[in-house]
Ligand binder design. Sequence first.
Ligand code: NAG
Ligand code: NAG
Ligand code: NAG
Ligand code: NAG
Ligand code: NAG
Ligand code: NAG
Ligand code: NAG
Ligand code: NAG
Ligand code: NAG
Ligand code: NAG
Ligand code: NAG
Ligand code: NAG
Length: 781
Amino acid sequence: MFYKIITLTFSLLHCFVPLFGRRHHPQVCYSIQTDKAALLAFKNGLSSDPYSSLANWNERNDVCNFTRVKCGKLHHRVVDLNLNDNALSGLLSPVLANLTQLRNLSLSHNHFFGTIPQEFSSLRHLQELELGSNNLHGLIPHSLSSLSQLTFITLDHNNLRGEIPSSFFSNCTKLKVVDFSSNQLTGTIPGEIGSCPDLLAVNLYNNQLHGKIPGSLGNATCLYNLDVECNYLSGELPSEMLAKLHKMLYLHLSNNYMISHSNNSDLDPFFTALANCTELAELQLASNGLGGTLPHSIGGLSKYLEELQLQENHIFGSIPPQIGYLQSLTILNLTSNLFTGTVSKEIGKLKHLEQLSLSFNFFTTILTPFENLSSLGLVDLSHNNLSGRIPEELGNLAGLCFLFLNNNLLSGEIPLSLGSCTALQALDLSYNQLTGEVPPELSGFHEMRRFMNLSHNQLRGTMELSKLSAVEEIDLSSNYFSGNNIFNMISSCFELKVLNLSNNSLQGHLPESLGDLKSIVAFDVSRNKLSGKIPASLNKITTLTLLNLAFNNFDGTIPTGGRFDSMTYMSFIGNQRLCGRIPGIPVCRRGRHYFHSHIFVIIFCVVIFISGICTIVCCLMRYRRSRATIVRKQELDLTQNYPRITYKELLDATDGFNEQRLVGSGSYGRVYRGILSDHGTQIAVKSYVKRHFQSEGERVVDTVLLRALGEERDEVKRIWEVAIIELMELGLLCTRESPSTRPTMLDCADDLDRLKTYLNGDTTATFASSHGISSSTYSFD
Ligand SMILES: *[C@@H]1O[C@H](CO)[C@@H](O)[C@H](O)[C@H]1NC(C)=O
Ligand SMILES: *[C@@H]1O[C@H](CO)[C@@H](O)[C@H](O)[C@H]1NC(C)=O
Ligand SMILES: *[C@@H]1O[C@H](CO)[C@@H](O)[C@H](O)[C@H]1NC(C)=O
Ligand SMILES: *[C@@H]1O[C@H](CO)[C@@H](O)[C@H](O)[C@H]1NC(C)=O
Ligand SMILES: *[C@@H]1O[C@H](CO)[C@@H](O)[C@H](O)[C@H]1NC(C)=O
Ligand SMILES: *[C@@H]1O[C@H](CO)[C@@H](O)[C@H](O)[C@H]1NC(C)=O
Ligand SMILES: *[C@@H]1O[C@H](CO)[C@@H](O)[C@H](O)[C@H]1NC(C)=O
Ligand SMILES: *[C@@H]1O[C@H](CO)[C@@H](O)[C@H](O)[C@H]1NC(C)=O
Ligand SMILES: *[C@@H]1O[C@H](CO)[C@@H](O)[C@H](O)[C@H]1NC(C)=O
Ligand SMILES: *[C@@H]1O[C@H](CO)[C@@H](O)[C@H](O)[C@H]1NC(C)=O
Ligand SMILES: *[C@@H]1O[C@H](CO)[C@@H](O)[C@H](O)[C@H]1NC(C)=O
Ligand SMILES: *[C@@H]1O[C@H](CO)[C@@H](O)[C@H](O)[C@H]1NC(C)=O
């Protein structure tokens, strides 16, 4: 009763207030009924609601029971509408402005289009307005400045243009969070932003704002996040302002046109001012064209600083020893500056350092002891003037994944210790003056996935590649490698896409096993001393687009078929004794010449005679073993229809088990949708084996086994299927990309043992190994 009276009073108030306030407006009595009408009108205006999120929004239901709608307890009106992330599309309708008691309006991550309605100015109680990640265009309406209660506004990732209305900041004085990033806003950041002393976060990145960052922002003493990256902001770095922002945590000013003090020559005042931001965790100043040297005051930066990004500026001189004080640093990026001198030994004190990028400078020596940098995963010192030997201490970095020392003046041999960096995924030592043989330890990088580039050095001897079974690109070109051992068991490099051995002194024949490199895209052995026939197996590789065998001593006929049919003579040029059908290459002279010779006639007769005898013998044998032959033929058939599938191919097919491809999850694990690249087959991974081969098990399995299956009872048949499926799944797991996720021999043995138990009738046996063979029994669903 009491509640009803209050509601009534409020309704009355709403009827009469406008009567005195704005005489010129038509009289509308806003109530829970107008709220419902507005929401239904809004729903009607939508063009798509793919998840049926608004299914219960209809005349029959109470508006306060609509999903994602909340009513106020005190006055019975809609106060909260949250439709974030619903893939809704439609015009952003002004009718929402009728929800006059709304406090939160959240429509982010949908496909709303149109402009932000002027009418939203009547949402006088609005505290949170979230319209980010839609397709809105037009201006930010001036009328939003009536929303004096706003604390949180996000309009990011739309196509809004024009200026930020200055009245917006002068009236919305309770603002805490502003996000207008990733739009096309122009003009300057209004100085009125200083009237919002409660600001905590200001995100304006990815716009076209120019001018200076207003000093008045120094009023927002609680500001902890300022991100204005990727604009056209100019002027001196805002030191005075920052000195007042003691709470600053994330300061992102990269990709603008700001300069340092004293006409872009002095960074000291800026770093000194930042000393007051005692909690600063990220400082990003990349790509501004900042000049000056790195001052000693850098040591006064927050002891919590994790990221220091100063790349793409004009900072010169050496790295000051005070860098060693920044004990929490994980990322240090000084790439593309004008640094000279030594890579200082104080960097060796940054225990938490994970990524060190000092490329594209003029450093001449490395003095850093790497012994304590156990977290370091990336070291990029490429494109400098480093000379001397590669530091042995790099071998201490057991977690190192990326090592780039290319394009320097490094000499001497590659240190053996580098072989201890077993986590390396990419190694680039190209364009140096390295000599000697490659230590055999370097061939043992099982984890290496991306590339190994040793090109353009003076390396000798040979190198074994067969253990680099996961690597995609190998470039050993322009060295003095010799012999033929490089090709030993080359087909173990399953993932190899690019192999460049050009410009060395390799000798001998190319092996037929090259045809087993089924992912290879580019194969370059030009400018060596290779001889013999070109392996015809190369025409099996469907992925091959670049084949370069030029300038060797190959002879004989260029094979035909497959990729060979689209090759030009450029691939074979400089091999005097090659012939074939490719334009520009001499045609092979055969046929007539041989046909008329005596030897040919004799050989011909002998061959006919022998084959006659063979035919008779074979027919006899065939008669006896006809059944076995059928079996073998079918086996052949199945390897063609069901080629080996590796874990990597499953990864590719599902975009790396992308969440968006998740079809469902249940007791059997998660199921992903995917498409295999080579045969375009739609698959469902995880229950992959189960779905893909369901009811086709017979065709994948040895027919001898199947005969055993014969007319058996359903139950026995099912037991067999379980066995087969489990074996296939085990096979798939064994092809996982990194060894640590592959089942061990023990796991396999254990699984097979349990399978045996199962086949012996104990159907309670499960196969849940530590490696994700999670399903126990095969279910027919
Ligand atoms: C919204 O309010 C306006 C007046 O401000 C009124 O004319 C209109 O009918 C209302 N719309 C709905 C759907 O209630
Ligand atoms: C709203 O939903 C609740 C619970 O689902 C139900 O008890 C109530 O009757 C509904 N109210 C109306 C008016 O439909
Ligand atoms: C608005 O949203 C905020 C945070 O999302 C929440 O704390 C607040 O309770 C909401 N207000 C209403 C009226 O639902
Ligand atoms: C500021 O907000 C108040 C209250 O909402 C409003 O009456 C006034 O018109 C607003 N001022 C401007 C310049 O928008
Ligand atoms: C900073 O805030 C004070 C009050 O807190 C106000 O008087 C002053 O105008 C503000 N400065 C700017 C530049 O807006
Ligand atoms: C600032 O430096 C630029 C170029 O470095 C120079 O042209 C200009 O005169 C300098 N301005 C002052 C005030 O020193
Ligand atoms: C740092 O803050 C203190 C007060 O907290 C102030 O006295 C000092 O001037 C500030 N430093 C700078 C460089 O502005
Ligand atoms: C350092 O900056 C360069 C851009 O100049 C970028 O390519 C590189 O990825 C950055 N490195 C790190 C570790 O952030
Ligand atoms: C590495 O750490 C040890 C133990 O903390 C210390 O004694 C040694 O001096 C450190 N080495 C360097 C180069 O900082
Ligand atoms: C860096 O090396 C290049 C080429 O060797 C040389 O021309 C240049 O003077 C060197 N620069 C510095 C700063 O040492
Ligand atoms: C070294 O080889 C890799 C892989 O082929 C390539 O990505 C990289 O750019 C090469 N490095 C240089 C300096 O060319
Ligand atoms: C292999 O390396 C040589 C030079 O070292 C280069 O000219 C050639 O383009 C490279 N081949 C491929 C396929 O990248």
